[in-house]
Ligand binder design. Structure first.
Ligand SMILES: [Ca+2]
Ligand SMILES: [Ca+2]
Length: 473
């Protein structure tokens, strides 16, 4: 062996040794991830200021030490397409998953999709889920259910959701179906207190499973996801949370009369005008708002149980916390209840990120989206880039919430209906070509559609161009 070869050989052995040392250090020092997803939670969380009477001390406390994204959007204002998009990193129009019944793995070209938890597992993480993360948490490998993806998480807690139904299910709220009143499309449109303890509820059990996971010893870094089902319908919560709110003094959302006059035909058709009229006719608006606030306060307590256990655990200093809803929720705004519109109340979702290594806190007004979570978590955890994702990493905003961000947030509903949100405006394009434009600087409730005002032509042009570039991708 000549000297040159010997030197090269020694050098490469030394390099190999060094890189293995570096590698093992990396894998042990990687941060853990705790992802908390609260179903149908709108910006009524205290820290987001959506309702003055919200009682969410645990989420507010987390917000106070984190980056609070006040202009975050979902990819779709419905459980399955929103969650599928966040967990695959692809927009609804990329996979074709627009509704609650499609399964992304049955879509051509997406059979072998590597989901967010699978990507973490591939890169040395242990992954676990409790409660609703994929749309249907009850699917098993033997019996996959619509909207489930058995195997995405290495370990999954198959549980019930929310709060067990009261014995006399429909005694507390309004059961439109039973009352024979037209207008409700969902049989779950009900609310009321349930005589039960926190510990007996499914949501508490979901949080408790994750809490116990945090007390265990884990050899690898972990990616732990916990889904809380309330404030998803029906709005049943333990009685003590209803007792926090006095129905008489409940503040209603501010609603403009005839707000729907200047919206698109498609948008107006999506609203539940009939349901809203029935709620008014039955004088139940305050009662329903109280049901939502009580359910949200209960969800917050479940989140608190989990976060308290993280605080008590040895993972406290090395765990990134991501807390989000899956989309927003209307409670009468634009004569609509629930989700599935392209307006702010549906498209906006709370998003809080705490990264102990950055130690930053504050509010970010950048218009990020849940589609950006996948690439962002890759960067925050130092995993190899995944270049086929639709979203953009906003790692820079975790270090500096006022940092650079040049993307509008895109939300899709069905084929050909889109909305873009930047820090000043919301733009909507329906499949029939109708456009809406709202100026959030002066119109936070999106009352006045200014798309037809010739003054705004250049703003419209900018959004049209951006939307084209995103949808064509
Ligand atoms: Ca949902
Ligand atoms: Ca209007």
């Amino acid at each position: 062996m000549n000297t040159k070869i010997t030197v090269r050989l020694i050098f490469s052995i030394a390099l190999g040794f060094l890189s293995s040392v570096v590698h093992s250090q990396n894998s042990t020092s990687k941060p853990n991830v705790l992802l908390i997803m609260v179903d149908d939670m709108n910006d009524w969380v205290g820290a987001f200021g959506g309702h003055p009477q919200a009682i969410t001390p645990n989420m507010d406390q987390l917000a106070a030490r984190s980056i609070v994204f006040k202009n975050a959007s979902c990819s779709a204002a419905l459980c399955n397409p929103s969650r599928t998009s966040m967990l695959t990193g692809y927009q609804p129009f990329t996979t074709g998953v627009y509704g609650n019944i499609e399964v992304f793995r049955k879509m051509k070209g997406f059979e072998n999709t590597i989901t967010l938890p699978q990507y973490f597992a591939k890169n040395g993480y242990k992954t676990a889920a409790s409660g609703k993360i994929f749309h249907n948490p009850r699917g098993t490998a033997k019996e996959p259910k619509e909207g489930s993806d058995p195997g995405s998480f290495q370990q999954e807690n198959k549980v019930g959701l929310g709060v067990p139904y009261p014995k006399e299910r429909f005694v507390h709220g309004l059961n439109f179906k039973r009352a024979g009143v037209k207008g409700s499309k969902t049989r779950s449109f009900d609310w009321g207190p349930v005589e039960t303890t926190d510990e007996e509820t499914n949501d508490w059990k979901s949080a408790d499973y994750a809490a116990k996971f945090l007390q265990e010893k884990h050899e690898k870094p972990f990616f732990l996801a916990c889904g809380i089902f309330r404030p998803h319908l029906p709005l049943y919560a333990p009685k003590k949370y209803f007792d926090l709110f006095d129905e008489e003094n409940i503040e209603l959302p501010t609603v403009l009369k005839n707000d729907l006059q200047d919206v698109g035909k498609i948008g107006a058709k999506w609203t539940g005008k009939g349901l809203h009229a029935e709620i008014l006719r039955n004088n139940k608006w305050k009662s329903a708002v109280r049901g939502y606030l009580a359910s949200l306060a209960f969800a917050d307590a479940c989140v608190g149980h989990l976060l308290d256990n993280l605080e008590k655990s040895k993972y406290k200093e090395n765990t990134i916390i991501v807390l989000m809803g899956d989309h927003g929720w209307h409670l009468g705004e634009k004569e609509h209840w629930s989700k599935q519109t392209l307006w702010e109340e549906s498209a906006k979702t709370p998003l809080i990120i705490f990264d102990p290594s950055k130690g930053e806190k504050g509010v970010s007004l950048r218009t990020v989206s849940l589609i950006d979570i996948y690439p962002t978590l890759i960067d925050l955890c130092g995993l190899p880039k995944k270049n086929d994702l639709d979203g953009n990493s906003f790692e820079n905003l975790i270090a500096n919430p006022k940092g650079k961000w040049s993307h509008s947030a895109l939300t899709t509903k069905g084929e050909g209906n889109y909305t873009l949100r930047d820090e000043n405006y919301r733009y909507i394009l329906y499949a029939d070509g109708f456009e809406e434009l709202y100026d959030h600087k002066v119109d936070p409730m999106e009352w006045k559609n200014i798309a037809s005002n010739s003054k705004n032509k250049s703003i419209l042009e900018r959004f049209r161009k951006e939307l084209k570039s995103l949808v064509k991708k």
